[in-house]
Structures are given as C-alpha cells and as structure tokens.
Design a protein around this ligand. Structure first.
Ligand code: NAG
Ligand code: NAG
Ligand code: NAG
Ligand code: NAG
Ligand code: NAG
Length: 397
C-alpha cells in the first residue's frame, strides 16, 4: 500500500464519517465566547460552562471548555471534584463529546457523575485557530503532525487543567486522542499529573488495518494525483478531497461508505443530521498517519530523506515512540470494538502485547463485539456499553 492510498482512506473516512453534516466555516473568528462551544452546545442543555484558552509552547492558542458541575448542581466544592480531560479524534473537535442528548453524551454524563469536565480541541480546528504570530492562511501554521500534538497540545492542556484545579487528571481519548496519549505517556510528558487514562478506539499500531477500500482506491489513483505534500491545510470539504471522493465513488458504493471505512457502526442515531462537523487538519498530519499504516510502526514523522531526518532528529530514521516505557502502574482502560475498521482488533492486540509488562491490575480491556469506530462517541447505548464501565474504572483509580 502506498502512503497516498492510505491517506486517501483516511480522507474518505473523514469526508464521510460525518455523512454530509454541516461543516462550520473555521475561518470565522470565535474570539467572543458568546459563539463558542459553551453557548452553542452546553448552556443550551442547562449546564454551566466556562470558556478557557491555553497557549502552547509553539504559539497555538487552543480553546477549552469546562463543565464544572452536573445538572443537579452542587457547586464545584472548591475544586474537589476529579478533573477529566476529553480529547477528540482526527478531524473532529470538542463537540464530539456533546453531540447526543445529555443522557447519551460522555461530556454531560461525566459532569452528572461528579467529574469536573474539561474539553480540548487541537490546533487548526474551528475553535482553536488562534496563534501568537501566525494565521491559518500562513503555510507555517500547518507545519505540524501528531508529533506536535504530543509534544505541545496535550501537555499544554494537561498542565492548564492541573494548574486550574490542583488535581491530577483522568483522561479520555478517542482515536487520534488515544495516539496523542500513547505518544505523550511514552515520553513521560505528563506522567506526574495524569491519574488514569481511558482510551477508546485506541490507535497506536495501524499496520493491520483491513484494506478492501485500499484496493478500490489503488485502481482509481496513481500516487502523483495525491501529491499533496508541502505545508498545507487539509480540508476534508475542499476541492482536492471532493474530487478524489467523487472518483472513488465510481468504483464503490458510497451510500454506505461510512461503514466501509469506519466499520458498520451499530448504534448511532440515524435521525441526527448534524452529529459532527468536519474539521481541517494539517496535510503533514495525514502523511504521518499514512506512514504509520504503511509501516505498522509508531514513530515520529519521516521526512523520507536521511539528511532531513538527521537535521531534525540527529539520526537518519525517525525515532520510534517507546510504548513499553509508558509507566507500568498508570491505570489504563482500553475500549475497543469488534467491528472497528480503523482501530482493528489485530492492531489493538499488538498494542496489548506491547503492554504485556503493564501491571495486570492497572489495565482494563473493554471489548464490545458489535461496536465500530464511531459507536464509541456517538452510540446511543454507549452509556451502558462503555461509559458506565469507564466511570467505574475512574472511580477505582
Ligand atoms: C517546519 O517545522 C520544522 C520543525 O519541526 C522546521 O525545521 C521547518 O523549518 C519548518 N518549515 C517551515 C517552512 O516553517
Ligand atoms: C502552569 O503554572 C506554572 C507555574 O505557575 C506556569 O509556569 C505555567 O505556564 C502554567 N502552565 C499552563 C499551561 O497554564
Ligand atoms: C448501495 O448501497 C445501498 C445501501 O447499502 C443500497 O440500497 C443500494 O442499492 C446500493 N447501490 C448499488 C448501485 O449497489
Ligand atoms: C435521535 O435524535 C433525535 C434528534 O435529535 C432525537 O429526537 C431522538 O430522541 C434521538 N433518539 C435516541 C434514541 O437518542
Ligand atoms: C523502551 O523502554 C523500555 C522501558 O523503559 C526500555 O527497557 C527499552 O530499552 C526501551 N527501548 C528502546 C528501543 O529505547
């Protein structure tokens, strides 16, 4: 499989994962919190909500939302509630955790269960487009992959919540949000302030991702068509993406493309037309993910040039993230599904094998046979299937 084909799969996934739902115009300035996520999604449901901002060490200004109390109130008890940080997946943002009803969405469920809930959105997404010196129209603004999310975004949001609350954090990641955690934990970025981590649709090794779609894509494209390297925004609703999708849809039945790519999600609310809104990411991030799928490794971005790699890393190939160096006593909850085509069971098994030295009583495996990738965040029964066990895990750690 070529890197481009793999990137195409990711593209198709993201283009269709939200099935024609509205894409917000990220170029709009959200400087006023009145049009932020709090007022759009949280206050409307009867919860209190605070808008926060954190600046990363490389200058990106990220929005965060805090839901300090549940609907039944009770006050913040001077910060005595355990904080939990929620990190969304690829081409999504904090709205992921708020899309269903309060009884179904993890962001609200955690608040109602006594947690101090913090939602993060990575650089480049609608509510996190700020930067101390760049704008999204500058190519340099998009000069990052998930290495930078590991090195800057995740530590900044962790540290910010710790600073605000004075308590170690529980963490929930979905998809890319799990990869960010594996990277950061393996580098000991936040070891001293993380309390436990629940990782849903975990993505670390991607070498065994099932590939029927890759073959269809292979028939349609040559690598040069997909030569989108260079520093750019990767907009899933943009012209290049649409053209590619249109072409591939002449070969496969796109009516059910969401299932073809993410797996047959069993449990999403089909009457929702606006579950999610697609978010741009960096082209470099897509290329980096493609490298992982092609190689099955979890390494830093490969410049595909020994000299460039030497310049950046002091060695001719990119350094690998050492998953076994994740502290063995960090409580980890892995929620994965039998039908998830992006977090494939075989890849998850490779991850579990890699964690074989982890303290057995510090790792919980929550396998759901009928779940695919998006069920973990949008499943209408996710509370019973995943979130209740997840909350029980947090309460024990
Ligand atoms: C992109 O970032 C790297 C560091 O990660 C830097 O070496 C390079 O000069 C940057 N390129 C541009 C065009 O900003
Ligand atoms: C957290 O607090 C420390 C000490 O006051 C400060 O140096 C650091 O910038 C803060 N970090 C964040 C992300 O708020
Ligand atoms: C495409 O899939 C849909 C639903 O899966 C089905 O109803 C439709 O008949 C299919 N179209 C073709 C041309 O196979
Ligand atoms: C599905 O979404 C619709 C529209 O938001 C809502 O009215 C309905 O109650 C939801 N169904 C379930 C089972 O959550
Ligand atoms: C990875 O981390 C483990 C545990 O800290 C260590 O024993 C091992 O040597 C490391 N591997 C590499 C390749 O650095």
């Amino acid at each position: 499989m070529t890197a481009s084909l793999v990137a195409l799969i990711l593209l198709l996934f993201t283009a269709f994962a939200s099935g024609g739902r509205t894409k917000l115009d990220w170029r709009t300035e959200y400087s006023d919190s009145s049009d932020g996520i709090c007022n759009l999604m949280v206050v409307t449901q009867g919860y209190t909500c605070e808008e926060h901002r954190v600046t990363t060490k490389d200058g990106y200004i990220l929005s965060m939302q805090r839901i300090p109390t549940g609907r039944t109130g009770g006050g913040n008890n001077g910060g005595a509630k355990p904080p939990v940080l929620l990190q969304h997946g690829l081409m999504s943002d904090a709205m992921t955790w708020l899309s269903n009803s309060p009884a179904e969405s993890l962001g609200f469920i955690l608040a109602d269960n006594g947690f101090d809930v913090w939602l993060a959105s990575v650089r480049g997404t609608t509510y996190s487009t700020g930067h101390t010196s760049l704008t999204p129209d500058d190519p340099e603004y998009w000069n990052w992959s998930w290495d930078e999310l590991v090195a800057y975004d995740l530590p900044s949001t962790f540290q910010y919540v710790y600073n605000q609350t004075g308590h170690k954090l529980h963490y929930v990641g979905h998809s890319l949000g799990t990869l960010m955690a594996f990277g950061a934990f393996s580098r000991n970025e936040v070891s001293d302030i993380v309390r436990s981590a629940a990782l849903l649709s975990p993505i670390a090794y991607m070498g065994q991702m099932p590939s029927p779609l890759a073959r269809a894509a292979a028939d349609s494209f040559i690598a040069e068509d997909l030569y989108w390297l260079g520093l750019n925004e990767f907009d899933p609703g943009g012209g290049a993406a649409s053209k590619l999708v249109a072409e591939v849809c002449t070969k496969i039945n796109c009516t059910d493309l969401e299932s073809v790519i993410t797996g047959p999600n069993c449990c999403m609310n089909t009457s929702k037309s606006n579950l999610d809104h697609q978010q741009p990411t960096a082209t470099k991030n897509m290329v980096h993910l493609a490298q992982m799928i092609r190689r099955g490794t979890i390494a830093m971005y490969d410049y595909d040039d020994e000299g460039e790699n030497k310049k950046h890393y002091g060695q001719s190939s990119p350094p690998e993230y050492n998953i076994t160096s994740i502290p063995n006593n960090l409580p980890i909850f892995l929620g994965y599904g039998g039908k998830d085509l992006l977090s494939d069971v075989n890849d998850v098994q490779t991850l579990i094998d890699t964690l074989s030295d982890h303290d057995p009583d510090k790792i919980v495996l929550q396998y759901t046979e009928e779940y695919a990738h998006l069920d973990f965040v949008y499943g209408i029964n996710a509370k019973e299937v995943v979130y209740n066990p997840l909350i029980a895990f947090f309460n024990l750690n």
